[in-house]
Design a protein around this ligand. Structure first.
Ligand SMILES: Nc1ncnc2c1ncn2[C@@H]1O[C@H](COP(=O)(O)OP(=O)(O)O)[C@@H](O)[C@H]1O
Ligand SMILES: [Mg+2]
Length: 320
């Protein structure tokens, strides 16, 4: 098992200021003690409701957010403080895609300049090599050379996001953090972008931290899944374990809320959802401490961790 990146006890707390003197009166515990390790060629899904701290984890890893506590270890080196994480070796190998990644670029720049920017920052390519590489990248995401001299606004949302993916993988990074990469797109276009991401992974062995509030998309993409609630993980495990044997009431609640497309299952899904909601109201105190905080993760088995006070005993049929 080779982990190239490890996040240890990550905390990001934002100060809340108030009053006439604008003093710090409290903190938002956006991320509050998260551990995560990345191996090559795998997709790690990160799900949770809006405001649970998903983007903050991504930003902390990429170095856009200062750690309040914890460490980030890349290839055996501590890159926790942003001065070191800005070292080019790390910056080159950990890239990010946002919901509309091209909108973060100068709209007056042509695609060639957008694609070549990482090459200019991190390599010594000639402009011919940059051009050849850019064409290669466009082809990887199903576009042609013609795109090179166009501007971002000349593309559809799906195409722009594909270019964003191409740019992120331009220099063969080890990890791409994809924060809601398809959430702004129509369903049919989502599938296309996700397929390109998967093909790129098959070919180049990149890992993804795939952040989404959409459990359906995360299930489709991820090898491992972390469920996040109020800055902490309620559950972590392989795709198979999380979806077939969810142990935390919050995970079950999220899973029961996935819309059921099959009309034959809709009624059953509604019954399940109501049952889980009832359990959530009645049993939440078993899953959250006196202050409503999620417990530390406990090992259920090699492939499954859950945040409970005590380690659960496996029972016939899965749950509880
Ligand atoms: N710069 C900031 N200052 C203060 N609070 C912030 C800041 N950024 C995010 N937060 C808060 O941190 C929490 C987690 O936010 P975020 O990581 O964006 O969640 P998610 O991506 O899961 O929706 C939220 O309560 C959010 O309001
Ligand atoms: Mg977010």
């Amino acid at each position: 098992m080779s982990e190239f990146l490890t996040i240890e006890n990550l905390k990001v707390h934002y100060p809340i200021r108030s009053g006439f003197f604008n003093r710090i009166t409290d903190h938002v515990y956006a991320v509050d003690g998260v551990n995560l390790s990345f191996e090559s060629g795998k997709t790690y899904g990160l799900v949770g409701e809006s405001g649970s701290g998903k983007s903050t984890i991504g930003k902390a890893i990429i170095g856009l957010e200062k750690l309040t506590e914890g460490r980030i270890i890349y290839e055996g080196q501590d890159v926790s403080n942003s001065a070191t994480s800005r070292r080019s070796e790390y910056r080159r190998n950990v890239q990010m895609i946002f919901q509309d990644s091209l909108s973060s670029f100068n709209p007056k720049k042509r695609i060639i300049d957008i694609l070549a920017e990482p090459m200019r920052n991190f390599s010594n390519m000639t402009s011919d090599e940059e051009k050849r590489k850019s064409i290669e990248l466009l082809e990887i995401v199903g576009l042609t050379e013609e795109a090179l001299h166009k501007y971002p606004h000349e593309f559809s949302g799906g195409q722009r996001q594909r270019i964003g993916v191409a740019r992120a993988v331009a220099l063969n990074p080890k990890l791409v953090i994809a924060d809601e990469p398809v959430s702004a797109l129509d369903l049919s276009v989502q599938a296309q972008v996700l397929n390109f991401m998967q093909r790129i992974q098959d070919e180049f062995g990149v890992s993804y931290l795939f952040i989404s509030h959409d459990l359906g998309v995360v299930k489709h993409m991820s090898d491992e899944i972390a469920i996040m609630y109020h800055g902490r993980f309620t559950e972590y495990g392989t795709n198979q374990e999380i979806y077939s044997n969810p142990l935390h009431i919050y995970t079950r609640r999220l899973l029961s809320a996935i819309p059921q497309v099959d009309p034959n299952n809709r009624e059953q899904n509604k019954i399940n959802r109501l049952r889980v909601e009832k359990e959530y109201r009645e049993e939440a105190s078993q899953y959250f401490d006196g202050e409503g905080k999620v417990y530390d993760l406990q090992k259920v088995n090699e492939d499954h961790y859950v945040a409970l006070k005590d380690i659960p005993t496996p029972v016939e049929g899965g749950i509880r």
